[in-house]
Design a protein around this ligand. Structure first.
Ligand SMILES: *Cc1c(COP(=O)(O)O)cnc(C)c1O
Length: 488
């Protein structure tokens, strides 16, 4: 909005022209009267309306002091009223809203990571609307454990002895470290001291857990003897962290799982792996590099494996711990676990998604994160051609549309340098700058997010569902056609 300018200048600094503009500002009551009479905001409670009007008038006052152009608008009652109504609509709109993800980044943390399968929606609705046996054992009638509902499934799918679920993987790592290594030393390779977006950094989490970080090796090379030499009576855990969002290439070496597990055994120390994304299906068949699956880490003898619920697993936000019962039991009994407990909706969604993995083909079909990875290039090319044609028919006067090969990414910090061949519609607006088009698209009723590449705005069909192209088209119409939204 043009007069969203904040300043705190004193009224004493105003010249007489500004003061007269000030006197022109309508009262809260006048504004309320107009809005109610206009009948366009009937769905908004009066109390909310009044709050918005006050807020709006404050902004107008502030803006008069910093921006002379505002004066003209204050004297144009019709324009002022339009601005006010627009402001109220924006303000009253839902904070968390649907958007169209045209970036081609499948697990996009800023846009909610994984989408849940259609079948999971019914499960979620039932769990939300009705009472459930969340912590009720239906056999005995006594209190049960909420984790019971997914623990068996997790063990069955990963081959682990025991499992636990907390709020997210950051919490899982923190909880495991606090339980097993508080007041002790944890040995980590210097090549694995990762920072994930949103300020999850291994050294910081370690400090918070009360464990002492012992770094070994170098950035590019760490050997088994580095770990060996660092083990003392104070050592509590050997930690391996998956380099989710970066790669060290060239003259490199890391100790493999088997060697590290062997060393742990020899010294009677637990070995833990933060897998990050944590996938249950080998995705190399879709052209991605082979990543260790959770099952492989467990079968290899890792004592504790942690991973996210909403990255490659394709479920709700959660942090999953699987591994040896001896350690997982200790983690379960940590009072901190209660503070990190997941809610029933997460639990319902997670159980529903995990059940799909009982049949791999079904998982690949129904879990959107996996289905998007599995989408064949030819399908995407065809959909891009069809969308481009529609755009051209509707909007050829305002932009040039082309079909373009592009690369989608898994995202979520997983597989950073891995690309999936894909197809996009590229937009080159005729009268707008790319940045203007991007901003307008963010302000349409369902915001549309694309990716800028070489002065074109790209919409990668891999992350746009087949039934979302109409919304995308409507967004492009609203953003490209002049006079649609002058305020931006
Ligand atoms: C993503 C990630 C985390 C954090 O997981 P959240 O579920 O986002 O808390 C921790 N460690 C690694 C290696 C990761 O990739």
């Amino acid at each position: 909005m043009f007069f969203y300018v904040r300043g705190a200048q004193s009224i004493l600094c105003m010249d007489s022209q500004q003061q007269s503009v000030f006197r022109d500002i309508p009262s809260v009551n006048d504004c309320m009267g107009w809005l109610v009479a206009s009948g366009t905001l009937d769905d908004i409670p009066l109390q909310r309306l009044k709050f918005c009007v006050r807020h709006f008038l404050d902004i107008v006052r502030q803006s008069i002091q910093t921006n002379r152009k505002t004066g003209a608008i204050v004297s144009d009652r019709q324009r002022l009223l339009e601005e006010l109504a627009h402001f109220v609509r924006q303000y009253h709109g839902l904070g968390l809203r649907r958007v169209i993800n045209g970036t081609g980044v499948i697990v996009h943390t800023n846009m909610g990571r994984s989408l849940l399968p259609m079948g999971t929606m019914a499960t979620l609705r039932a769990a939300a609307a009705h009472y459930s046996n969340l912590e009720l054992n239906l056999d005995t009638g006594k209190r049960g454990s909420r984790y019971h509902h997914v623990e068996g499934l997790l063990c069955e799918l990963t081959g682990a002895e025991s499992a636990l679920v907390v709020n997210n993987n950051a919490a899982a790592v923190l909880l495991a470290l606090e339980t097993l290594a508080s007041g002790k030393e944890v040995i980590v390779s210097r090549g694995q001291l990762v920072e994930i977006g949103g300020s999850f950094r291994i050294p910081d989490i370690m400090r918070r857990s009360g464990a002492r970080l012992v770094e070994v090796g170098t950035t590019n090379r760490t050997h088994l003897r580095d770990y060996q030499q660092a083990i003392t009576d104070d050592t509590g855990l050997l930690l391996r962290v998956h380099c989710s969002n970066y790669r060290i290439i060239g003259f490199t070496s890391e100790v493999n799982d088997a060697e590290l597990i062997g060393l742990g055994k020899k010294h009677d120390l637990p070995v833990m792996e933060d897998l990050g994304s944590g996938c249950l299906i080998d995705l190399s068949r879709f052209g991605l590099a082979k990543e260790p699956t959770v099952q492989e880490a467990v079968a290899g003898g890792m004592d504790i494996v942690t991973f996210s619920g909403d990255k490659l697993l394709g479920g709700p936000q959660a942090g999953i711990l699987v591994g040896r019962k001896y350690y997982i039991d200790q983690i379960k009994n940590n009072p901190l676990n209660r503070a990190l407990r997941i809610d029933k909706l997460t639990l319902a969604a997670l159980e529903s998604v995990l059940r799909l993995y009982l049949d791999e083909a079904q998982a690949l079909r129904e879990i959107p994160t996996l289905a998007m990875i599995a989408l064949p290039e030819a399908v995407l090319a065809e959909r891009a051609r069809a969308l481009c044609e529609q755009c051209h028919v509707l909007l050829a006067d305002y932009a040039v549309f082309t079909v373009q090969r592009t690369c989608s990414q898994v995202g979520g910090g997983a597989m950073p340098e891995q690309n999936l061949a894909s197809w996009a519609v590229a937009v080159e607006p005729i009268a707008l700058k790319i940045s203007q088009l991007e901003r307008r698209l963010r302000q349409t009723s369902v915001p549309v997010i694309g990716r800028v590449e070489a002065d074109r705005l790209l919409f990668d069909l891999r992350t746009i569902a087949a039934d979302e192209t109409d919304i995308l088209l409507a967004g492009l119409q609203a953003a490209l056609q002049p006079g649609r939204d002058e305020r931006t």
